[in-house]
Design a protein around this ligand. Sequence first.
Ligand code: MG
Length: 380
Amino acid sequence: MQKVAIFGSTGSVGRQALAVVDEHPQEFSVAVLAAGASVDALVEQARRYRPQHVVVGDTAALGALQDALAGSGILLHSGAQGLAECAALPDVDCVVAAITGIRGLPVSVSAVQAGKRLALANKESMVAAGPLLRAAAAKSGSEIIPVDSEHAAIFQCLMAGSREEVRRIILTASGGPFRTRRADTFASITVAEALRHPTWSMGPKISIDSATMMNKALEIVEARHLFDMEADKIAVVVHPQSVVHSMVEFQDGAVIAQMSAPDMRLPLQYAMSWPRRLQSSTPGFHVSIFQSLTFEEPDVQRFPSLLLGLDAARRGGTAGAVLNAANEVAVERFVRGEINFLSVFEHVGRVLARHQCVAADSVQTVLDADCWAREEMLRC
Ligand code: MG
């Protein structure tokens, strides 16, 4: 029985991780549930799953949590320290890191340092602090298994050959809601339009990132660090159906792809059960799902975000942290109506160009680069 800690349990990925637990009560039990501030949803989950520990990130919400769960015997924690500590508890085997944004970094670091299996859905951790996480994992014996569907696919495809035999990694991208939209109308894109994703059902931050293709830019950096692959061996192809989750091309020309209906429960379950494959209700091969798979070159003129991702991946070090932080601020400002869609690319590009990259060798260095980028965004 794997004892699972779910960080970001009330969000979209966290709820799907609980759905995996529901499907496999013999395989997984919930040891920790953690959320940012959604106390009502967290309390409901705690009553249902009876974890040993519940954490709320927002310290001000601890009182409400204590009132609601009084007498339950569940240990309650709060704040950044509570989150980090609960990722390292002896009771925990596998940490599902599904907090959105750089706020998820301390949980990932803590889990890896404690030697836990890290089912990594918080891509920002790997983008901003990949070298640090990999070094910590090598030291502790922690396994970092990607949950991001593209990286979960690559993780599986890489088993078809040795690292030296890989010619390139090909990340697939749905292209988002504006794949075919004319460039001269980009400036007038509304928040509501950007929130509508064609194939995946996701939270607001990642929906906007998909619309700008900044999600793919971050995923280039994520792949660079996660698989220790040179930036120039990472390519992106647009594949609107989101059935081929990514591919690895080997030096003999063989292209290995991982395919399945778009459903986050599959990569989540695989990360939690690896190296085993468990039963699941994911449909597998159906002509109706697989009959039309199309691919197109990405348009970097309309989506310069991809070039920013490649640039950050080539530069390495703190460039990933800066790309991520600048983008988080840009998304917030776009959602508040303060900047238009095109300004997301312009502002992030400007801040990334100004950044003096250093090695991302400590959490503090990464957080400093993150802070610098956020302050720099105010000057855009
Ligand atoms: Mg993805």
